[in-house]
Structures are given as C-alpha cells and as structure tokens.
Design a protein around this ligand. Structure first.
Ligand code: NAP
Length: 255
C-alpha cells in the first residue's frame, strides 16, 4: 500500500508519515510544489491523506482541487484532516473545514473524516518559555475546558484508519482522555498560568479563535480515539514528560 500525504512536510504530515512507516506502509509526503500538477503527484497512490495548510485563505477551494485531482488520478480512498467542532461560524478557519467536510462527503470517494482537538504539542514553545519565567502565558482564558490531544496519538489513529477496515464513511472526533484547562496543563508542568493580550498583529482568524476559547474552550471527547488506538489516549502529563523531560512535568504531576 502507498499513501500520498498532502501537507506531508508539515508538523501533522510528518507525524502521520512516521506512524504509517511504523506499520510498514510506504508514504509519499507532498508539499505545496505538488499542486503544480496534483494528479501526477497522486498517481499510483492507493490512498491520499489530506492536510490543508494552517489558516488556508480558502480551504474549500483547496479541497475542491484535491478531490478533482484524486478522481483524475484514480485514487479512490481519501482521509480528510478536519478539526474538532468544525461548524463554528465565529471561527472562520473552522467553518472552512465544515464546508470542506461537506465537499468530501459528496465527492463519490471512499472517505473518512478526522476531527482532532488542539494538539498538546502546540503549547510546547510557551511551556519552554515558562521553564524560565514560571508562568505559562496564553492569549485566552486559562480556566476553560479543552480535549487536548497528543499529536502522536492522532497520527497513530490516522494510520489505523488508513490501513484498517470499517472506516469508510466515518467521522471521528479525536480528543484526549480528559477535559483539561490551561491552568491544569501549567500545573502538570509545575508552573502557573496567565491570560495575556494577543499580539497586536495576530491573524484575525486566530483572534476570533482566542475569543471563542475565552468563552467556551474546545471540549472534545476521547472515546473515538481510544477505540481507534485500542488503548487510552495519552494524557497531557505523559506528553509533557515525553516532550519536555522530567524538568518540567516532573516538578508537579496533577493532570
Ligand atoms: N495544530 C493543531 O492543534 C491542529 C488541530 C486540528 C487540526 N489542525 C489542522 O492541521 C492542519 C495542518 O497543520 P500543521 O501544523 O501540520 O501545518 P504545517 O506544519 O504548517 O504544514 C503545512 C503543510 O502544508 C503545505 N502547504 C503550505 N502552503 C501550501 C499551499 N499554499 N498549498 C498547498 N500546500 C501548502 C506545506 O508544504 P511546504 O513544505 O511545501 O510549505 C506543509 O506540508 C491545518 O489544517 C490545521 O488546521 C491542527
């Protein structure tokens, strides 16, 4: 089996490629240059995993291009990397994924849709800074619930979906084992948490996301991910221990 990974040179795509390699599947990581002739780039693949770039200005257009190319190249199996809670009109980049999900479901291909929550790994730069300052700073409320998920779990689940039977026509929300707040994550790293203003030049869609997080967080269930992995999803404290070592997560482990 050979899987073409659109966005394969990015953070998510590299993790998915490594997870597929672990189960002996050949991959073809594709970056933006593949879009010069996408049908040719996809030719010969058995499946395509579609990871749009972050904050693509028109994700439905990107997905439309990918679906047409997959059909032209004769690639019948497609897994689309969406996001948890895609239908949130207050968050334009989530809404772009909701519209894209509809395109995927109506494309006449054997599709699966994955809806991951925010990766725990997103917080690693801020947590590394907090090792110096003692404070984890984020531009949204620190007491709202999130289903933070381990990117490596998301990648392993993606590999399971691409290689196992029974996933065609399925949509899976992918959250971690528990709902956690930023304050919980800071406590797991032995630091405190504080909301700070967003940078003045932050992308307006990220500002909209921070406003939504301020009010609602991003709660996401962990049951589907556990079923796909055949084990409990990895908790925040374990991800921090693995990524930061005992220096951070070893100081206090409550999450
Ligand atoms: N971070 C999270 O917590 C999270 C959670 C759920 C969903 N997601 C979604 O995951 C997706 C990928 O995130 P990521 O952090 O892995 O992205 P990333 O590291 O920024 O990778 C972006 C990938 O897209 C390619 N790319 C960039 N511009 C492109 C263009 N104009 N046309 C086609 N391809 C282009 C890049 O190729 P080059 O190497 O050629 O530049 C690279 O392979 C996003 O859609 C995001 O919304 C993220």
């Amino acid at each position: 089996m050979k899987v073409a990974i659109l966005g394969g040179s990015g953070k998510t795509g590299r993790a998915v490629g490594a997870a597929l390699a672990q189960v002996g599947v050949a991959t073809r990581p594709l970056g933006r240059a593949a879009f010069d002739d996408l049908p040719a780039a996809l030719a010969g693949a058995d499946a395509v995993h579609v990871i749009a770039p972050n904050l693509h200005p028109d994700e439905p257009a990107y997905v439309t291009t990918v679906l047409a190319a997959a059909r032209e190249a004769g690639v019948g199996r497609l897994v689309y990397h969406s996001v948890a809670s895609p239908y949130v009109p207050a968050m334009p980049h989530h809404l772009g994924k909701a519209v894209s999900e509809d395109l995927v479901r109506r494309a006449g291909l054997d599709w699966t849709i994955l809806q991951p929550c925010a990766y725990t790994q997103n917080l690693l730069p801020a947590l590394r800074a907090a090792e110096e300052s003692g404070v984890l700073e984020v531009p949204y409320a620190v007491d709202r619930p999130f289903g933070m998920v381990d990117l490596l779990d998301v990648a392993a689940a993606t590999a399971a979906v691409l290689t196992g039977p029974g996933h065609v026509g399925a949509t899976y929300e992918l959250g971690g084992p528990d709902l956690v707040t930023i304050a919980d994550i800071a406590a797991a790293a032995g630091v405190s948490a504080r909301r700070v203003p967003a940078d003045a030049d932050v992308h307006p869609w990220l500002r909209a996301m921070f406003d939504y997080y301020d009010d609602h967080g991003l709660p996401t269930g962990g049951v589907p991910l556990g079923a796909l992995l055949g084990r409990a999803p990895t908790g925040v404290a374990e991800v921090l221990r693995r990524e930061l070592g005992d220096g951070a997560a070893g100081r206090s482990c409550q999450a």
